[in-house]
Design a protein around this ligand. Sequence first.
Ligand code: IVH
Length: 690
Amino acid sequence: MILDSFPREPEDRVRALREAIEHHNERYHAMDAPEIPDADYDALVIELRRLEAAHPEFADVNSPTRRVGTSPSTLFTPVHHVVAMMSLDNAFDDDEITAWSERLARSLNREGVGDLAFSVEPKVDGVAMSITYVDGVLTQAATRGDGVTGEDVTANVATIASVPKRLTTTDGDVPHILEVRGEVYLPLAAFAAMNTAQRKAKQKEFANPRNAAAGSLRQKDPAVTATRPLAFFAYQLGQLEGVAKNSGFNSRSHRAILDALSTVGLPVAQEITSALGIDAVIAQAHKLEELRATLDYDIDGVVMKLDDLDLRDQAGSTSRAPRWALARKLAPEERSTLLKEIEVSIGRTGRATPYAILDPVFVGGSTVEFATLHNEDQVAVKDVRPGDTVIVHKAGDVIPEIVGPVLSAGGKRPKVWKFPTKCPACKGVLVRLEDESDTYCVNLDCPAQRAQRLAHFASRSAMDIEGLGEKVVERLVDLGLITDVADLYGLEVGQLSGLEGMGEISANNLIAAIDQSRSQPLSRLLVGLGIRHLGPQGAKDVARAFASMNALRSASIEELSDVDGIGHVIAESVVRFMANPSNVAVLDRLDAYGVRPDIAQSGAQETGNGPLRGKTIVVTGTVPGFSRDEAQEAVERAGGKATGSVSAKTFCVVVGASPGASKITKAEALSIPMVDAGSFVSLLETGEIS
Ligand code: IVH
């Protein structure tokens, strides 16, 4: 969670949030190079607004919450917007849309909005543009900039095919000054083609269509822009002067204005619909969301606008956004693409996982080229075959998934895919055990497994050795410098520096990081060893019970099964691991290298002697002074167990700000005590509910 890294003390937090938002505004608007996903940016803004509302004493007219975008860069001539270009307020679910409609009704002094018409529009993910026509002739195009001053990009916008250079004037009723606002965007097909060309020319690919559109508009040479197949959708009026009496532009209905724009030759998205009352608006927004995967342009939301322009005037605006419009942000996304091939990768346990190689497709905020297919059965259940067109689903930052094939009626399907019988890395046999869905390469010497095992050992969830990622590990394995995890501790700077991409400094850093990992707690070492069935929680339970590697190495199945949370399967697996001769050798060598976590290093966290010993705590919502991870760690340091779900075994539920409703309901149903966030510290110290 991005907010975890911000100071908790409100004044510092507000300051840090403002600085971060300014920085990301600059990256996004001025440099076209965002560093964080939009959802994270939104989280920063929402948190800042929340704090500003709760602490009016920190108010600041320069706060980014009071402004839109960022100041224009100095590359292009500044353009003053006669009518300010505002931003939109966001909603993230249907309840927030309803709440907005209630606020809107209040600002209009009405009971509700049931009898009001709204426009429901795709929120095209491109670059906002103001285009001015004087007597029907394109005279100026400007970006939004900070909402008041934008950049003159007329020459570039004039190269866009769908932007008319001259408006169609059938009966001479084109206004004297017509400023239209809309979005310049890059159609998805064009985006894919552009990136293919960039790839071929060995140029950096564009992260997404929005960045590609922004970059194309920011060209100093319009001839370059002209090679980029940009397009434009109009969705709003800006300045308007000299309108003939019978002109459609005299209308006080937004829909009628859109129609007038279309009549004079400006492109208006076909997907825009009208809806009466907020329930219909919500239903239309859902319909538009369903259409998303079929559109030839990227949308990041649905915009809803009050249709009646007189009522809009009455509702007015805040300093950054109108009250009469709202953007419902969308996160998950689905798109179709060609499944080129299915291949199999070998993990550290030897598991052979089939994955799809796709024609790169932009979905859910990034370009997806690979997607896991999990196992043989999943490929069969989904019935996807190389050569199929498949639907790829990706919600925000989650792992992309193949939903299934797109089947055309009567279309001939490609051949069914067969799971390979040989390991792609070592050519050994692949074995699928009875009653298991997974297939394994059973060759312990398989180089793919070795590298994966070592990379896992060094990963953040295990020994957390910075600088020892998969690539470096693979190189060290290939060079024969390491074959097992113990070898890491025998590495010397001289062996590393000089390797491709590794100078003396990074070699020194890596050796230092490896050295430092010696003091990681026992549970992390256990996770790193990759003992089958033993997950992070199990590793903590075991570490707490046995306190040292030596004690654990001589533990019996019975002793292990006695540990709370450890079942027979895990116990057996641990014992089998500890008895395996090659593991014995590795563990002996780790010990000799001083990788010997014991109670002294592991602290109360693993000895379980803290005040919360034997108690399971659920923390829901935010507790002041703690990030979610920190709250969990604090519970564990006090000897307790922190879990995410309430059950009869829960000792108590700590209720912070914005708690999970289902956890509260469940705690009430099971009569589990609930304590407020203020009592958290005393709970940690005493182990009792105060
Ligand atoms: S109306 C005062 N309609 O979303 C209302 N904006 O965060 C101004 N956008 O800057 C905007 N599609 O770049 C409107 N159908 C649509 C839109 C739309 C995309 C963008 C636009 C604006 C941003 C608001």
